[in-house]
Design a protein around this ligand. Structure first.
Ligand code: ZN
Length: 601
């Protein structure tokens, strides 16, 4: 707060000619009753409300608004979450172009103003109002604290705006600036204080610094194109790491340990659904923010550790969809065969791989490929990860039970069949019921796309059988299975020719008759652009099993994996590893990367 602005007590003495001793007594009583002094003197009729506001207005060079006289547009109210309004005793009352007019109890609260500018991206123009008038207006607009209006919740969820374009680049600077302004010298003392006074940590969560810190952490994730944010407490530090291209990377900034509780509390508040005081059990939630004008959703998971709660925020970048199948790193023959399967009018097509192998991403691209205005496409997803225009997307929640009823993949699929779809996408097949309904749908003239959690394509066949589906049903519905892994690619800016490619790799490649006459093996070096790792960006490696007569015959006779796999290889399936090594021979990635990816379960 600016020291040059006269205090209200001084104004009362100077302008209203009250005795200093009387003012001090009133100030003490006001503080005791937790009433701001300006409200106290008005309530106790020591001075006239309008005269007081006028006097403060002159002293502080700020305009006054009488909230009792104005109607506020509910859309304007939605710009700021109600918690922010209550915390800082302010209320938005008008918006014109990029200006947001705010009535507040203390316009000297520069922190609050800066924070609002940051969150809304609007130019914030503060006006002076009495605290009680502000509170009444907040209650009127958002509902009381005891009985919030429904809209207030929506407003806070939708409007935790993190940024505008220009703030993006400033994110790192801001973090550093912010952290430089924090006193980190007394860490131990603060930590003890925090331990003794849990309530203070709660209060901390509403401090603008914490909010900025969370915003900065999120913005850095956006800048790095991270898929996850990890916030981990240890005895003497908080570790923030980002998963970029599948690998964890430490944040360039440090966060004082004293922020531990507040940071997690703030994240819980942003989720709008997590229990703030519960710190002993794991919790799940979601946070929606807006960055670079695009909505980003985080799936948040919190687990208690011996040093406090540890947070993982997974980015569900719904706008990230849209990469066509052609750009997902397929070798041309694999792409052609997969596309051909997708063109079939019915059947079951599966994408498999361990968690984090980009299955949904590929499935989404496949859906985009088959999308046709003449066909109805419906999906059951948990959660909906990418929004697709023209596709009916249904979020299911297998954990949600309403009495006897639950809404899982199988339930959704059954309901879908009555919706007359042509193409159905089911997030995952992981139980017998879903497997059966999916196969029935495929048998009755629908193209069904889904994922299954197996490491390779052949295993998907036996997994369906293990789930309880009869083998004749599996072989008669299954059209294709695509196994995949994500691999990091060499940084284009610093990769160098590798004169000594691995002997083992060359042997495998020759064994699979890969033409190496055009091979350009490359190795990692490291530069500024890739953070010294030598790797930047990702691509995928694939293994595509196409069901055919030979394979059907084998499957009907054998349930063992090896004969099925051998039959698939005979039919021309290229193993995952070989697909990867071909990408190594083209200078896209390294042998080590393929090796690591193949051993990932
Ligand atoms: Zn590089």
């Amino acid at each position: 707060m600016s020291p040059v602005k006269k205090s209200i007590e001084d104004i009362l003495v100077d302008t209203f000619q009250l005795q200093r001793a009387d003012v001090d007594a009133m100030a003490a009583e006001a503080q005791r009753t937790d009433t701001p002094i300006q409200q106290y003197v008005v309530n106790h009729k020591k001075v006239d409300k309008h005269r007081l506001l006028k006097a403060i207005s002159i002293e502080w060079a700020i305009k006054v608004v009488d909230l009792k006289d104005i109607e506020i547009d509910p859309d304007v109210a939605k710009i700021i979450p109600v918690e922010t309004c209550r915390r800082n005793k302010l209320v938005p009352f008008n918006k014109e172009e990029n200006m947001l007019f705010i009535a507040m109890m203390d316009p000297r609260n520069l922190f609050a103003l800066e924070d609002l500018q940051f969150r809304t991206g609007l130019r914030v123009i503060p006006y002076l109002a009495l605290p009680d008038d502000v509170r009444e207006k907040i209650d009127e607009l958002y509902g009381t604290e005891e009985q919030p209006l429904e809209t207030s919740e929506d407003a806070s969820a939708a409007q935790v705006k993190v940024s505008r374009d220009d703030l993006m680049d400033d994110a790192r600077e801001l973090t550093q600036e912010l952290l430089a302004s924090l006193d980190t010298s007394g860490e131990v003392a603060l930590e003890q204080q925090a331990k003794e006074q849990t309530d203070i940590m709660q209060v901390d969560a509403s401090a603008p610094e914490v909010e900025k810190l969370v915003n900065a952490i999120i913005l850095e994730a956006v800048r790095l194109k991270a898929s996850d944010i990890h916030i981990e407490p240890f005895e003497k530090r908080i570790l923030v790491r980002y998963r970029v291209d599948g690998q964890l990377r430490k944040a360039t900034f440090k966060i004082p340990i004293s922020f531990r509780g507040a940071l997690v509390s703030k994240i819980k508040i942003m989720s709008g659904s997590m229990n703030l005081v519960e710190r002993r059990i794991p919790q799940d939630g979601r946070i929606q923010v807006r960055a670079k004008g695009l909505p980003i959703e985080f799936r948040v998971n919190i687990v208690p550790t011996i040093f406090g709660e540890s947070v993982v925020m997974r980015v569900l970048d719904r706008s990230g969809a849209g990469l066509p199948l052609e750009q997902l790193g397929f070798l041309p023959d694999t792409l052609a065969a997969f596309t051909e399967s997708l063109a079939k009018p019915y059947g079951l097509i599966l994408v498999c791989g361990p968690t984090g192998s980009g299955k949904s991403f590929t499935l989404t691209a496949a859906l985009q490929k088959v999308k046709d205005p003449a066909e109805k496409i419906i999906t059951a997803e948990n959660p909906v990860e990418y929004e697709l225009d023209g596709v009916v997307q249904v979020p299911v929640n297998p954990d949600l039970k309403m009495g006897e009823k639950k809404f899982d993949f199988a339930t959704a699929l059954r309901a879908f069949l009555r919706q007359d779809p042509d193409i159905i996408m089911v997030g995952e097949i992981r139980d017998e019921e879903t497997a059966r309904v999916a196969m029935e749908a495929a048998l009755t003239g629908h193209l069904v796309l889904s994922t299954i959690h197996t490491n390779d394509a052949t295993s998907a066949v036996s997994r369906l059988h293990e789930m309880g589906a009869p083998m004749y049903m599996v072989v008669n519905t299954l059209e294709a299975v695509l196994a995949q892994r994500l691999i990091r690619t060499l940084c284009k800016d610093c990769k160098q020719p590798d004169p000594h490619p691995s002997e083992e790799m060359l042997r495998i490649l020759k064994e699979h008759h890969v033409d190496l006459s055009q091979a350009t093996f490359m190795k990692a070096t490291g530069c500024k652009k890739c953070g010294g790792t030598g790797m930047k960006g990702r691509t995928a490696m694939h293994e595509l099993l196409i069901m055919n007569e030979d394979l059907r015959t084998v499957c009907m006779k054998e349930v063992a994996l090896t004969p099925i796999r051998e039959a698939a290889l005979r039919s021309g399936m290229r193993p995952l590893m070989v697909d990867g090594l071909i990408k190594v021979s083209r200078g896209l990635t390294t042998y080590e990367e393929i090796f690591t990816a193949c051993s990932r379960q």
